[in-house]
Every structure is written in C-alpha cells, then in structure tokens.
Design a protein. Structure first.
Length: 122
C-alpha cells in the first residue's frame, strides 16, 4: 500500500477505528493527505477487516489530539515500532490522568506523556 507503515492491530476490539475516508472527513482534508500524515508519522494505522484504519481516540472535534504527533516522533526516535507505539499509547497506567497515554493526551496532559516517552529511551 504505497509505503504506508501499518501497525499490527493489537487494540481491543472495543477500541473504535476510523477508515481513512472517515479520517479525511473528520479532518476536512483529502484521503491522500491522510495517507501522507501516516507516512510522515503523524498518525498510526492498523488494518482491520482488510481496511486501513486509525484509532478514533486520536481525534477530537478540532482535529488530531494535540501532542500525538510529537509523542509518536519521540517513540520512533526511541526505536519503537508502530505496533509498540500503539501498545504503549493504549496500555493502562493508573499513574496517568486518563488511565492511558492516549487519554492523557486527550485531556491536555501531553507534557507528562512526552516526558514518560522520553524517559523510556534511556
């Protein structure tokens, strides 16, 4: 699929995912720009039901969750694969507001999430 990195779908089946066409609608951009965001590492895709999809938790009404792209970059720089990134973002952590890194990002706790991602590199 034209060089789009895809993570293994390790997400619980209860985690909603959006096909790329819906992501484009949510963001108000073309599907080709969504694919470019995936190639650039701003989002992470999984294949579910044979279709490329992005976790719905990556979006808020204004667009992509603030701090997500930066967190993905930090994790990539630390050597995480896309699957490992996804697992980390959705793993419960009672010490974080929101109980998972992705929910902490959604509740404006991006600094703490990035600090923890950076700490894992060492």
């Amino acid at each position: 699929m034209s060089g789009i990195p895809v993570a293994d779908d390790i997400l619980d089946t209860a985690v909603s995912v959006l096909p790329l066409s819906e992501v484009a609608d949510v963001l108000g951009i073309s599907a080709s720009k969504v694919r470019q965001m995936l190639r650039d590492g701003h989002l992470i895709a999984v294949r579910r039901g044979g279709e490329l999809c992005v976790p719905g938790d990556f979006f808020v009404k204004d667009g992509v969750v603030k701090g997500l792209a930066g967190t993905i970059t930090v994790l990539a720089d630390s050597g995480f694969s896309r699957t490992e990134m996804l697992r980390w973002l959705f793993t419960a952590d009672d010490t974080l507001p929101g109980n998972t890194p992705v929910n902490a990002l959604r509740t404006s706790h991006g600094t703490e999430v990035k600090r923890r991602a950076q700490a894992m590199a060492f």
